[in-house]
Design a protein around this ligand. Structure first.
Ligand SMILES: *Cc1c(COP(=O)(O)O)cnc(C)c1O
Length: 371
């Protein structure tokens, strides 16, 4: 996967579209015959480029795409064929209903207020408008609250003029298979479905797929697993890694024992050391919490980041690779299959999701895989 980096760029981010497609097929392969597999491409496909990723997934057979914001959906609509549905997880905000409908997008209705506004537009325009209805089953974040569900359950007429595509909910702890919350939310979801007009249902995110067939319903909504993030805490990851991040060495130097490195002198060499300065920093999403914790790899040798992560650079102890191997202009691996997004997240004290969505826009990007 190694490629030449344009001389004006400090780092190369390679995104493997074939791996993303394979991951989608792997997830789909875990479903029974009836359930379909969507793709969540919000936040620019978790930082990897929705306008590249979504069409690649379309080629693999994906026809349902979820984003968070209406603006993301409008941006994506032109790159996806008309036989796809694009769902807006945040629903439709007051004043944006006509725009949402004009672009042929499907809002996820999260409140009675949104429902009423979407219905009024349907009535005014004399059209039946599509929607997904979200119910809150135990996360208290988005979706109809219990009293709102009661109102709709008591009067299905509140859905008149709306083509209910799916009823959905979202799991709060799906990556923890032992959590009793999963079963509780499943039961709440089933109870809600029984009180609403018969339609298709959607509950599982990436991790939810691995909770088993009870959680699959008619449509699953993976995001992170498509991009290689491990779906089940503490278990081997069945998905392919998707990114490789290589940083360019700007300079190397030899320092004596006792020399301190970087802002605030948080690291001091205990032996004569060689230090490489690499052109990636926290402005590129290489989190500052990786100061003295992160590592880069060269020929699969682990090399520690020493000193604080700066805005535009990190400093790496390269003493353990042969002299001359890592010179000015060399590329070192910050993320690659041998040291993936979840490994970095573990060292940074966060989750793979945050590592991906923090990736900056200063990288030179290369996409692998036939389009
Ligand atoms: C982000 C999101 C998903 C995707 O979750 P992953 O854990 O990334 O698979 C699915 N459904 C909803 C409602 C979401 O907000």
């Amino acid at each position: 996967m190694s490629r030449l980096l344009p001389p004006q760029a400090g780092a190369l981010l390679t995104i493997d579209l074939d791996a993303i497609r394979d991951n989608w097929l792997t997830l789909k392969g875990r479903l029974g015959g009836a359930a379909d597999c969507a793709a969540v491409v919000k936040a620019d496909a978790y930082g990897l480029g929705a306008r590249k990723v979504a069409p690649a997934l379309y080629q693999a057979g994906c026809r349902h795409f979820f984003v968070a914001h209406l603006a993301e959906a409008i941006d994506l609509r032109p790159v996806l064929a008309a036989d796809t549905a694009i769902y807006v997880l945040h629903g439709v905000h007051p004043g944006a209903e006509a725009e949402c409908a004009a672009h042929g997008l499907v809002p996820v209705i999260n409140s009675l207020h949104q429902l009423t506004a979407w219905r009024s537009l349907a009535r005014q325009s004399g059209k039946v408008l599509p929607a997904v209805l979200q119910v809150d089953t135990g996360m208290a974040r988005l979706g109809l609250a219990a009293d709102e569900l009661d109102r709709v359950a008591a009067d299905h007429g509140l859905l008149a003029g709306i083509e209910l595509k799916f009823v959905m909910s979202h799991l709060a702890s799906a990556e923890d298979q032992a959590s009793p919350l999963n079963r509780m939310q499943l039961e709440n979801f089933r109870a809600a479905l029984a009180r609403l007009p018969a339609t298709r249902a959607s509950l599982a995110n990436s991790s939810g797929i691995f909770l088993g067939p009870d959680y699959h319903f008619d449509l699953v909504r993976p995001g992170a697993a498509l991009y290689g993030v491990a779906p089940v805490a503490g278990q081997p990851n069945p998905l392919r890694p998707v990114i490789r991040l290589q940083g360019k060495v700007l300079q190397t130097r030899t320092i004596e024992a006792g020399t301190a490195v970087g802002y605030s002198h948080t690291w001091t060499a205990q032996r004569p050391s060689r230090i490489a300065t690499v052109a990636v920093g926290y402005a590129d999403g290489y989190l500052r919490s990786l100061s003295n914790r992160g590592e880069v790899h060269v020929d699969s040798v682990r090399l520690p980041i020493v000193g604080n992560v700066s805005m535009d650079t990190i400093t790496v102890d390269i003493t353990d690779v042969p002299e001359g191997r890592v010179g000015e202009g060399a590329l070192v691996d910050l993320a690659y299959p041998g040291h993936g997004v979840d490994d970095i997240a573990g060292r940074a004290g966060t989750i793979g999701y945050e590592i991906l969505t923090s990736l900056g826009n200063r990288y030179s990007r290369a996409y692998l895989g036939a389009m």
